[in-house]
Design a binder for this molecule. Structure first.
Ligand SMILES: C[S@@+](CC[C@H](N)C(=O)[O-])C[C@H]1O[C@@H](n2cnc3c(N)ncnc32)[C@H](O)[C@@H]1O
Length: 291
């Protein structure tokens, strides 16, 4: 594999060096809370699998695979004659994914690299991603690189978050953390991050510039439930996700962190129905092709 990644030594001329650094460190929280992420995000994989309609024997590239849960689901769908390449910029996350693929005896190969510049193997039938493509410094360049990894007529189908306002999973932790700690410095529109591709007009432009055609978007609202309940979810929210990002950014005092956790637990109570905690999640499923 070409590309400048080597462990945690972030090469400065990598256009995504900051994201690489972020995912090398915060990736450890993802690994720690892997079971929670797997349970919470499984419905997103189910939607992607349903809309993509993977066929046995297909060759698939999973971009930003994290600890590999989505790649494993895709691997099951393409069966033993298919093959999945799971790409990620974060070495700790990819190492964990590799452990899981080996344990599951899945036909999934890992590739450490930046999707924007890595020398990707070509000829894939489908590129897929569950929330792994919103972090590129130059989305059009990254999507063009992914397009080159597809066979003629190949598809890319991925999930990206819709705006914060439509997503209590983001809105509540963000607003509650902001109320205690203040707002982070403003970021330019469409900056890399979880909401980096929430603007559909911007996203379509980037994909067209990258050489994709037949742009189709399916806005999708699903319910994501967490068996742990509001208090446990609040405890997780101060370690992972948007509130955790602000807590780290402001190096928040313990008293503020405790207050954020309490406020969040109260806010999450509004989403308990019949003893089950679940909140809606609005995302966009994007489906494009290379000519
Ligand atoms: C929100 S996580 C999603 C992980 C996984 N797809 C899942 O659903 O569990 C985003 C992932 O994208 C990866 N990532 C971010 N920028 C990347 C890049 N330029 N190239 C490859 N992977 C990247 C991160 O390391 C992280 O694993």
């Amino acid at each position: 594999m070409a590309g400048p990644r080597k462990g945690d030594d972030v090469v400065i001329d990598d256009p995504n060096a900051r994201e690489a650094e972020y995912w090398a460190t915060s990736g450890r929280s993802w690994i720690e809370h892997e079971a929670f992420q797997d349970q919470l995000l499984r419905p997103v994989s189910d939607v992607l699998l349903g809309l993509t309609g993977f066929q046995a024997g297909q060759r698939v590239l999973d971009i930003g695979c994290g600890t590999g849960a989505h790649a494993l689901a895709v691997s099951e769908a393409v069966g033993p004659t298919g093959e999945v390449v799971a790409l990620d910029i974060s070495e700790p996350l990819l190492n964990r994914a590799a452990e899981r693929f080996t344990k599951a005896r899945a036909r999934v190969h890992t590739l450490l690299g930046d999707a924007q510049i890595a020398d990707l193997p070509n000829g894939h039938d489908v590129a897929t991603s569950r929330f792994g493509v919103m972090f590129f410094a130059d989305p059009a360049a990254a999507f063009a690189n992914i397009a080159r990894a597809l066979r003629p007529g190949g598809r890319m189908v991925f999930a990206a978050w819709a705006p914060v306002a439509a997503n209590p999973w983001w809105r509540l932790p963000l607003n509650i953390a902001k109320a205690r700690l203040g707002s982070p410095p403003p970021t330019p529109p469409n900056a890399p991050g979880p909401m980096g591709l929430a603007d559909i007009g911007f996203l379509e432009g980037q994909l067209i510039d990258a050489g994709f055609t037949e742009f189709a978007v399916t806005p999708t609202t699903i319910t994501l439930g967490y068996i742990g309940g509001p208090a446990e979810m609040a405890a997780l929210s101060i370690r992972i996700g948007p509130a955790a990002r602000l807590i780290r950014l402001f190096e928040a005092r313990q008293a503020d962190v405790d207050a954020i956790e309490e406020d969040l637990a109260r806010a999450y109570e509004d989403y308990v129905d019949d003893g089950v905690f679940a909140m809606p999640a609005t995302l966009n499923i994007i489906d494009v092709r290379v000519p």
